[in-house]
Design a protein around this ligand. Structure first.
Ligand SMILES: [Ca+2]
Length: 308
């Protein structure tokens, strides 16, 4: 059993990631969900997380976190996720509210007090995680692993940088230099799990509310990716993190050194991945380079059917 905190900015693919984790309670104990400014403003991301939990009838506390990056102003991604951050499906207003405690304090308290080591699963900008590590550095001894979506050897927000890392590269630098085991699902692998028409056709006949919600997410997200990037469907980036936690055997991973670029004019927010070990720098991350696509999608469909 892994004890996890999902730190997210839902977000179509964040929502799918929550759903995968929620379906895997035999392997994952979700101690809480923390939200961060990213795809849209933190208030909207928090509302979206609460809506997804209500749909799942899942009793997990939600904590609102940082509204903006450590150093620079927030940039959001309404081009990809719409104004709500989760456009496409319409979910009712959630009846539950976020907890009063701040996300950063929840992360610190949970990690500090837990008898079992905690795995942090960030799928948005790394601001909350960095803040927690800065505020209470001793928590790193009780963090088992940080399993994150971000970065890659190419970009989607600039030619060099992926969105999550670009939004708060200074926070990413804190995380990647922390000494905590970091497992990275960047664009190299997430662009291998694109929800094309074929996938949507497999989701479509699954008659439960969760699968129908996911279908609408994938249709909207896919159209945005088609319009914006000319890609034939939406890569369900964040879903790689929970899928890895329940099925690590699906992924090809490589131990590498990753340096976060925080100074470059054209390359700010780049994850400089030393795949060929040219620098001689110590490995500080495990980087996903491949995934068994057929097995991934089989498991994805299996999970959606489990909500019947
Ligand atoms: Ca996200």
């Amino acid at each position: 059993m892994r004890h996890i905190i999902l730190d997210c900015d839902p977000g179509h693919d964040d929502a799918i990631n929550i759903i995968i984790a929620a379906a895997s309670r035999d392997k994952l104990n979700i101690r809480g969900i923390t939200t961060v400014g990213g795809n849209v403003e933190v208030e909207k991301n928090t509302e979206n997380a609460l809506k997804v939990l209500e749909l799942l009838d899942l009793d997990v506390p939600v904590y609102k976190g940082q509204s903006r990056p450590l150093v620079k102003p927030i940039e959001i991604a309404t081009e990809i996720h719409g104004n709500s951050g989760m456009d496409g499906p319409v979910l009712p207003e959630p009846s539950r509210r976020a907890e009063d405690m701040h996300a950063v304090d929840f992360i610190i308290q949970t990690v500090k007090e837990s008898d079992e080591k905690i795995t942090l699963v960030p799928t948005g900008p790394l601001t909350n995680i960095a803040m927690a590590l800065i505020k209470e550095p001793t928590i790193k001894d009780n963090i088992e692993e940080i399993v994150l979506m971000g970065g890659g050897t190419f970009g989607n927000w600039t030619p060099a940088a992926e969105f999550n890392i670009y939004v708060d590269a200074e926070a990413a630098e804190v995380v990647f230099t922390s000494g905590i085991p970091v497992t990275v699902f960047g664009l190299d692998v997430t662009h291998q799990v694109i929800a094309t028409e074929d996938i949507i056709e497999c989701v479509s006949p699954i008659e439960n509310d969760v699968a129908q919600f996911v279908k609408k997410l994938l249709i909207f997200f896919g159209q945005m990716y088609k319009d914006y990037f000319g890609i034939n469907g939406g890569p369900i980036h964040d879903a790689c993190t929970s899928m890895y936690l329940i099925h690590p055997e699906l992924f090809d991973l490589k131990d590498v050194n990753i340096t976060i670029e925080t100074k470059g004019e054209a390359t700010y927010g780049m994850t400089v991945v030393d795949l060929l070990k040219t620098t001689g720098k110590k490995e500080n991350a495990t980087f996903a380079i491949g995934v068994n696509q057929d097995a991934f999608w089989d498991e994805f469909i299996h999970i959606l059917k489990s909500f019947n």
